[in-house]
Every structure is written in C-alpha cells, then in structure tokens.
Design a protein around this ligand. Sequence first.
Ligand code: HEM
Length: 337
Amino acid sequence: MACERSSVKPAFLLLLCFLLGTASAQLSSTFYSTSCPKALSTIKSGVSSAVSKEARMGASLLRLHFHDCFVNGCDASVLLDDTANFTGEKTAGPNSNSLRGFDVIDTIKSQLESACPGVVSCADLVAVAARDSVVALGGPSWTVQLGRRDSTTASLSAANSNIPAPTLSLSGLISAFSKKGFTAKEMVALSGSHTIGQARCTSFRTRLYNENNINATFATSLKVNCPSSGGDSNLSPLDTTSPTSFDNAYFKDLQIQKGLLHSDQQLFNGGSTDAQVNTYSSNSATFMTDFANAMVKMGNLSPLTGSSSQIRKNCREGELSIGMAGLVFNIDICMRV
Ligand code: HEM
C-alpha cells in the first residue's frame, strides 16, 4: 500500500482523510458532456411530458429541489425512502403528504440509467428538473452547475428544522434563509416560486380564520374549500390569478393582501421587504433575473463528493455497500497515519 512504501508525511494522509470525507465538489455545467451527452435532453423531455400531463408537477419538482438543498445541501437525501432500519426525510413535517414528483424523478432516472448507467446523480437530476419545470411554465432559464453526488444518508431532524414553516414571521424567514447564506432580497426572490403550485388547507387555515391582513373577498372564496375544521388536504393555488404560469403575479397578490400563506403575506406587511415586493411586482424582468441567480446559488449548497457519497441507480435507495466500502477505505488509510 502506498501509505507504507512512500515517505509521504502523516499530515498529508490526514489531509487526504479529511478530503475523502468532506470535500466539496467542483461543479461544472459541462460535467456530463462526454460521460452522458444525452443527460440534459433526457431530463428536459421527461419534465416536459410530466408537466404537459399535469401543469402542477412543474411546481412540485421545483419544490423538491428546494427541500433537498435546504437539508444538508443538494444531495438527493430527500428522495430516500424509509426502510425497516432507515428513516429518511419523507415523513418530516414539511414533506409528509405534501412533497410530490418522486415518480417523475424515478421515470427520468430509469431513462438516464438506460442511456448511461451509473453516471448521472439523482441530485443533479432534481436540480435540472427544477430548472426545466420553471422554463416549462414560462419562467426564466439558468445554467445548472453539475457534478453533485448523492448522499448515503438523510436527516429527518434537519428536514424538520431547516425547511422554513409557513407560520414564520418576516424575521423568522429572513433568519432561516440567512442560515443558508441568502440575503433577504434573495429570500423574497425565491419566495416568488409561489407564483406556481398549490397548498393544502392545513397550511393556511390559521391565517384564513385568524388574520386581518387578508383580502375579504379572497378569504370568503377560500373558506368554501377550506372549512375551519376538516378538509385538511383540500388544495388552493398559491397564486390565485395564474397558478400554472411562472410570472410575477405572486407579488401583485401580496400587494392586495392575497397572499395565501401567512409567510407569503409577511413579505408585504409594512416591513423591510415591502419595497422588494413592489419592485418585483412592477418589474417582471428584474424578478426573473434575481430568481434565476438565487436558484443557481441554492443549487450550489454543499454539493457532495468523495467516498461518503454515491451515484444512486435508484434514487429512492441508498447503496450502503458503496458507502461502507468508502468508510472502510477511509478508516484503513486513517489507521495507517
Ligand atoms: C419562504 C419560505 C417558504 C415557506 C414558508 C414555504 C412553504 C410552503 C408551503 C407550506 C407550501 C404548501 C405545502 C402544502 O400545503 O402541501 C409550499 C408550496 C410550494 N413551495 Fe414553498 N415555501 C417557502 C419557500 C419556497 C421556495 C424557496 C421554493 C422554491 C425555490 C418554494 C416552492 C414551492 C412550490 C413550487 C410550492 C407548490 C408545490 C406544489 O404545488 O406541489 N417554496 N411552500
């Protein structure tokens, strides 16, 4: 073994151990150009076909990427199924009975596996699917950096604590995003995602029946489908005017107190982010640019590399053997230092 024969200093091996375990990936937009030239077109057509069957799926795929990235980085941890001896993130409060799109990811992943087995990570697939979803619904495009690897683990507790709740105040929202390195302005831009998709009654009932900063006509119409008790899973659009178009209508809703979630209306409630909402409401192009830039930044949260990660063949299943092999390898080197 090189460790025994060479005269490399223990410090170097310690550094190697550290890098193997924790290094951040250097992402690149051309990562699959030679290893899987059809990767991007395969994902794009898979997303187009899913969104043409059901427009909301575009929103669901965008949210999947957010819930992946905010929990220990964009590493596809959100996709892992629970097993008898493993608890993933799917039963976390923000995800349970709410996150969607897993089947679409599975379908696209199996096409990628046929084209280039074991090459394209689930984390990259989710990142590209989020971008293609936004584009399919009329929003901006951006270049997705690639080369993320998939986790061997997941964290239920981090999913419960890192994904912002709809009950948060403005300062709570600013702080939740600041912990991930985002400014308040970027938080407002990213919240513009709620220009597409739906929320369950249970996510906005408290606001609907208890808050005053909600448009009265809007509230009356929402109550039909979201009674004060029961109907928890009944859906309403997050943007009441154009829920399948990625536009700036969400910010116009906020200006007239038609934010669906408590957290939405917090962005325009006499506080420090009102001015940003006004800007995005009157200038769609500025919103689109800021949103795309913030999505690139979100997609770059803590990408994985090295032996503590993997390229999953089935996005729902971690290949523990690869993780264990990496672990054994790491321990082996570290023991020799
Ligand atoms: C600012 C803090 C945020 C909070 C408190 C929040 C909360 C929520 C909640 C409660 C729902 C409805 C879930 C349900 O009732 O099942 C939802 C839906 C959604 N969220 Fe957020 N969210 C936030 C930020 C984001 C960000 C940053 C993105 C994307 C980058 C995003 C994308 C979406 C989308 C697209 C939907 C609709 C999903 C669908 O129709 O399947 N959200 N969000």
